[in-house]
Design a protein around this ligand. Structure first.
Ligand code: ADP
Length: 424
């Protein structure tokens, strides 16, 4: 799938999802408003009935046309200006609410008309038959004073309405699941795409890396097959050297891919033999002597560790050192100055490889240990590689319960720090 079609898919899917979410939001909001309107009406009717009944019981002839006022979204007041007995009010309220299927906790408050102060308030939990102290007190109270009005407050009105909208909550949850699933799918598509790009890069690299030495060797062999070449021993030697060098190069590339193949085998087989880390470092540095001289660079070692023996696999640990030094040279275009140092920490050896190369931009640092990952250089890779070395190093280091970290600054250089426990 190419980039344009992925973009189109993501765009269309996002537009349709936004459409679905907007429609859902519109309908849910409408449904909520409708539900709330019904609730308010029912409460109005209930409170109006309670007011009428209270007036009737008090033998008050006055007819208040509309005593109920909604003060806020969940607070209602009935202005009746009459005697209001708490227990009676509560009983009437419960009865009226029950008749209208309003099964929600509420708080009722009785006010004094003259001072507008609260003279009584109580909380009624609908599913609890509360025989609390306040209630028994309220039953015994004598209320023969005139001039009260009452208010009813529903603390959990919003939740109650939401609960009443079960089907909407269900459909919204389904849409949420779809959105999460969509985000996950897009993430997988993008990951797969990156992986396939990386693999393509790898194949291109490997083809290029193998083709060049093979054709050079083939051309040199042709020259060596010329009958009169024996008369030109210098030329013969030259071509033989070319074949040897290219063969070495080929061997290095094959080794790198084989390192990967070793890791692919489910269980990494590691030898556990005593090795001297300083010996391995000196050997690795030696193998780079020619190339470092050719690039007019320098490798300096500060081997400060006192305890230098550890138990590990000589081949793999040499490969770690080899890969780190190789990278330090590869990514330091001008006169590489490489410093390798060691020191002991309480349970092992810390090896540091520092270069003065191009550095690794911050945003790529967390990725460079991923398999096939190479810091993108805008399609021009003047330094060849497969993006396997660091992944291999990390796998081996972690297999020995060690740690690898890096400190790097663009255009200033990179330092890799490897901690390997003694494993004794
Ligand atoms: P390769 O070097 O074969 O591409 P590696 O896994 O060894 O693969 O390294 C991954 C990437 O990390 C490299 O492509 C390079 O971009 C970056 N990198 C590794 N070592 C260094 C270094 N010493 N200096 C700068 N960049 C580095």
């Amino acid at each position: 799938m190419n980039r344009a079609s992925i973009r189109t898919i993501i765009f269309l899917a996002t537009v349709s999802l936004v459409g679905i979410i907007a429609t859902q939001y519109f309908w849910v909001k409408n449904a909520y408003n409708l539900e709330e309107k019904q609730f308010n009406e029912q409460v109005h009717f209930a409170l109006r009935n309670v007011s009428r009944k209270l007036l009737k019981m008090n033998k008050d002839e006055s007819e208040i046309v509309n005593p109920v006022k909604q003060m806020s979204s969940n607070y209602y007041i009935a202005f009746i200006n009459d005697t209001v007995h708490p227990f009676l009010l509560k009983t009437l309220l419960k009865k009226e609410f029950n008749a209208r299927n309003i099964n929600i906790d509420f708080e009722y408050v009785i006010y004094d008309c003259f001072t507008d102060s609260i003279v009584f308030d109580d909380y009624v939990a609908i599913d609890k038959e509360d025989k609390n102290e306040l209630q028994s007190q309220s039953q015994e109270m004598k209320w023969d004073r005139d001039g009260h009005y009452f208010g009813v407050y529903f603390p959990s009105k919003r939740t109650y309405i939401m609960n009443e909208m079960g089907i909407w909550v269900f459909s919204s949850s389904i849409i949420l699941i779809i959105v999460i699933f969509f985000a996950y799918t897009i993430n997988v598509i993008l990951k797969q795409k990156r992986l396939s790009e990386i693999k393509n890069d790898f194949i291109n690299n490997i083809t290029h890396e193998f083709k060049t030495p093979i054709s050079t060797i083939s051309l040199s062999a042709e020259v060596l097959m010329q009958p009169n070449i024996v008369n030109e021993p210098e030329r013969l030697k030259n071509y033989a050297n070319i074949i040897k060098d290219e063969n070495n190069r080929l061997k290095n590339q094959v080794d790198k891919v084989l390192q990967l193949a070793t890791l692919e085998i489910d269980k990494l087989k590691l030898e556990n033999e005593p090795i001297d880390i300083h010996e391995l470092i000196n050997e690795s540095v030696k193998s780079f002597e020619v190339i470092i001289e050719h690039q007019e660079g320098k490798i300096t070692t500060y081997l400060g560790a006192k305890k230098t023996q550890l138990i590990g696999d000589k081949v793999h640990i040499s490969n770690i050192l080899y890969n780190l030094i190789d990278n330090a040279i590869k990514y330091s275009p001008n006169n590489p100055r490489i410093e390798i140092s060691t020191e002991n920490y309480f349970s092992g050896i810390e090896i540091t490889v520092k270069d003065n190369g191009i550095g690794i931009p911050k945003e790529h640092q967390k990725h460079i240990f991923e398999k096939f990952y190479r810091v993108p250089t805008g399609n021009v890779h003047n330094v060849k590689g497969f993006g396997l070395g660091l992944n291999y190093i990390k796998t081996i280091v972690e297999a020995y319960n060690g740690k690898i970290k890096l400190i790097s600054k663009e255009n200033e250089g990179t330092t890799f720090i490897v901690k390997l426990p003694f494993n004794t």
